[in-house]
Write a protein that binds this ligand. Structure first.
Ligand SMILES: Nc1nc2c(ncn2[C@@H]2O[C@H](COP(=O)(O)OP(=O)(O)O)[C@@H](O)[C@H]2O)c(=O)[nH]1
Ligand SMILES: [Mg+2]
Length: 242
């Protein structure tokens, strides 16, 4: 009887076992997306939050304000319906809907597939509106330059400590629906303190897409990050032809 081998197979190229590590597989795809965006100088933003925190409304307003400044495209993920993409298109933004069919987050391979349908030649900023969820999307890198998380005043100021991974992995926290703050027991200072206990580097702003409060600062942040990205654009690889 042949002896069972317990030796691990090894080849010229040592491949990680991605079957057992879906997140690791996602990281490979995310890295490929990142390289492509770097080569093109396209700024990639991953916008996350709970459902209903105001992601789509923020993007509608952002698109209107920056229509003559940045060429913005949006990929939006939801479990069902094309509604958010339609809302964005009505606001004059080129948008595509990814329907996940029940999956609670977007994955790198979904973005990769979506990119096959989009021209990036005339794009400055690609924003991914992730599925509304503060848990699962936190674990999936989409190759973004920056992760921006909305925390609506209506959600309560305790969420950064309760959903730490999302705030740990975010570069910017936008406290949204600031117009409602006078009516709610929400402490902006406490939310920022808790977010910075988890992630000392996180930037924080308050915004209201309804009244426009904080929208100038947010739009400035986006334009500044795009300009930085263009300045650091990787030169095209050149091949010496004899
Ligand atoms: N008061 C207030 N309501 C807002 C604001 N932004 C969005 N909303 C409302 O919040 C609800 C959810 O917004 P939506 O953009 O669909 O959130 P999403 O699920 O995160 O994309 C909608 O009824 C919006 O009109 C805001 O700045 N202030
Ligand atoms: Mg939305």
């Amino acid at each position: 009887m042949a002896e069972k081998s317990t030796r691990t197979a090894r080849g010229t190229i040592i491949c990680d076992n991605t079957t057992m590590a879906l997140l690791k597989a996602n990281d490979y795809v995310a890295e490929a997306i990142r390289r492509e965006m770097d080569r093109r100088g396209v700024l990639l933003i991953n916008l996350t939050s709970s459902p209903g925190s105001g992601k789509t409304t923020l993007l509608q307003e952002t698109g209107k304000r920056l229509k003559d400044v940045l060429r913005i495209k949006v990929l939006v993920g939801d479990l069902e319906t094309e509604r958010d993409a339609e809302r964005l298109r009505e606001a004059g933004i080129q948008a595509w809907q990814i329907v996940t069919g029940g999956i609670c987050h977007l994955e790198g391979q979904m973005i990769m597939q979506a990119l096959e349908n989009i021209s990036l030649d005339d794009t400055d900023v690609l924003i991914i509106e992730n599925v509304g969820n503060l848990v699962c999307p936190a674990s999936f890198d989409l190759g973004e330059d920056y992760r921006v998380t909305l925390l609506a005043s209506t959600e309560g100021d305790d969420k950064p400590k309760k959903y730490p991974r999302m705030f740990f992995t975010s570069d910017l926290m936008l406290i949204s629906k600031s117009d409602l703050l006078p009516h709610l027991p929400f402490s902006v200072d406490r939310a920022i303190q808790d977010a910075r206990d988890i992630n000392p580097d996180i930037e924080c702003m308050t915004v209201s897409a309804l009244t426009g409060e904080g929208m100038d600062a947010w739009c400035r942040w986006l334009v500044d990050r795009f300009e930085q990205k263009r300045r650091s654009k990787k030169p095209e690889e050149s091949y010496d032809v004899e």
